[in-house]
Write a protein that binds this ligand. Structure first.
Ligand SMILES: [Zn+2]
Length: 462
């Protein structure tokens, strides 16, 4: 409890000093130059040691490719583009991976279903690009891989399969899913005679689109829902102050990058994962961005952090995967401050994911369930001086503001997510919405089911 008191005090001081200028003052007295943490250090995963060597060759797979690959279960959902650091200590897993290193260097991570207990039948193929023995220990393998293709089981399981059934590497037949980039539906129905006047993102262009829309059954705003430039700008505005690295330009990469960097429930993540159409995925993400939310303890719903305190401590973004010495991969979101946290153990810099920072175990102050770690800089002139790394699957976003739910309606302990394997989208409630969606589907948008899931979640009001 002493530790908890210490945290509360720090929080009060930080609030009073308006965004942590407290330590700036302390350091300036000593005339030490301030050093900003190099976020590329965290992305290099240097804690894995210097024994990793580059593994050559690349495998590019086409959509629809089927083949046998070794897969294993993961407790979270990894999107293409993410770096996956792993440490294998099981001799069987090591043997399987060593074989693939001589072959195509591919393995799969299976996504859990929305309950987190069973496999969803979906997963991501990862390609190893650096590998070596963990700290020189034989019978171990440590490596970094890049997630690159979504897949699903070639034969989807008829019954739910517990995630434990895939705790060890197992070879299964998978099919690579397509990444669809459908064009603007209005563009296909436009008046060709006006093409010479069209200039992207101008007032005139908007007026011409309005004219185009008048020739269809739907007003312009319906088409604008899926306008890539509008969605990209919304994402850019949202992440502008949080992530300084450039955001991807093409719709597919941007949709995965956004999914990787948003904090959301496993249900939302799975919905985004199974969508083939990048514009639809972006649309769902923009809707998620528009909701204010706080991060709460998964077990007792106590508020742990606010979304505006999320910031990037890695050039990979605000979320990154890190592995611990036991080979468990954590999906971490970094926040500049947290509340209702209890610290335990003495700070340690061993195997620290953020070089120059010591970690302490952080638990929910109310139910004492582990939620992440606090990181404290070892040097007084380092910025930030302190931050928290929260485990994405131990904190649950809860919507606030307009769509706020009273505490009695929020997930109450113990948290029991809805369990409907295999994944089945709920029906659309509003007939008006259903007819709109049906028309959008005719306009060329497939997989509207996923949008139904999101609308259902967003409109899940009492
Ligand atoms: Zn709790």
């Amino acid at each position: 409890m002493e530790e908890q008191g210490a945290v509360s005090e720090t929080e009060e001081e930080r609030t009073a000093e308006d965004d942590g200028d407290l330590s700036v003052e302390a350091v300036s007295q000593e005339n030490e130059p301030v050093e900003q943490f190099d976020i590329s250090l965290a992305a290099s995963h240097s804690y894995m040691g210097s024994g990793l060597v580059a593994v050559g060759g690349r495998s590019v797979l086409e959509a629809g490719w089927t083949g046998k690959v070794p897969v294993m279960a993961h407790h979270g959902i990894v999107f293409p583009g993410e770096i996956v650091p792993m440490l294998l200590t099981n001799a069987n897993d090591v043997a399987v991976l060593v074989q693939t290193l001589d072959h195509d260097k591919l393995f799969g991570l299976l996504c859990p279903d929305e309950s987190g207990n069973d496999v969803s039948g979906y997963g991501v193929l990862c390609e190893v690009f650096e590998a070596g023995e963990a700290n020189g220990a034989p019978q171990t393998l440590t490596f970094k891989a890049r997630a690159n293709h979504r897949f699903r089981f070639k034969d989807m399981p008829k019954q739910s399969q517990p995630i434990e059934a895939y705790s060890r590497m197992k070879v299964v037949e998978v099919r690579v899913l397509p990444e669809v980039k459908l064009g603007d539906p209005l563009h296909q129905n436009r008046l060709l005679s006006l093409d010479n006047w069209r200039r992207e993102r101008t007032m005139l262009d908007n007026r011409l689109r309005n004219i185009d829309a008048k020739l269809t059954p739907w007003p312009l705003f319906v088409y604008d829902i899926f306008d890539y430039h509008r969605m990209k700008q919304t994402i850019k505005d949202y992440f502008g102050n949080i992530i300084k690295t450039p955001i991807p330009e093409d719709p597919v990469s941007l949709s995965f990058w956004t999914a990787s960097n948003l904090t959301m429930s496993i249900r939302d993540r799975l919905a985004l994962f199974i969508v083939d159409d990048a514009l639809l995925r972006l649309h769902m993400e923009v809707r998620l961005i528009s909701r204010d939310s706080v991060l709460c303890c998964l077990s007792c719903s106590t508020e742990i952090a606010r979304r505006e305190d999320v910031f990037a401590m890695s050039s990979e973004g605000v979320h990154s995967n890190y592995t611990n010495l036991g080979g468990y991969m954590h999906d971490i979101v970094t926040v500049s401050r947290a509340q209702n946290i209890d610290l335990s153990g003495s700070p340690s810099a061993d195997f620290s994911w953020f070089p120059g920072y010591a970690w302490s175990i952080a638990s929910c102050a109310y139910c004492l369930v582990h939620v992440g770690w606090r990181f404290d800089a070892l040097k007084r002139n380092m910025r930030p001086q302190q931050f928290f790394g929260l485990c994405r699957n131990y904190v649950l976003p809860r919507t606030t503001g307009r769509r706020d739910r009273s505490p009695s309606q929020s997930a109450s302990p113990p948290y029991t997510p809805p369990r409907t394997p295999p994944y089945s989208p709920p029906p659309v409630r509003s007939s008006r919405l259903a007819s709109l969606l049906s028309d959008l589907r005719q306009a060329g948008l497939q997989q509207i089911e996923a949008i139904n899931i999101i609308y259902d979640m967003v409109d899940d009001e009492p």
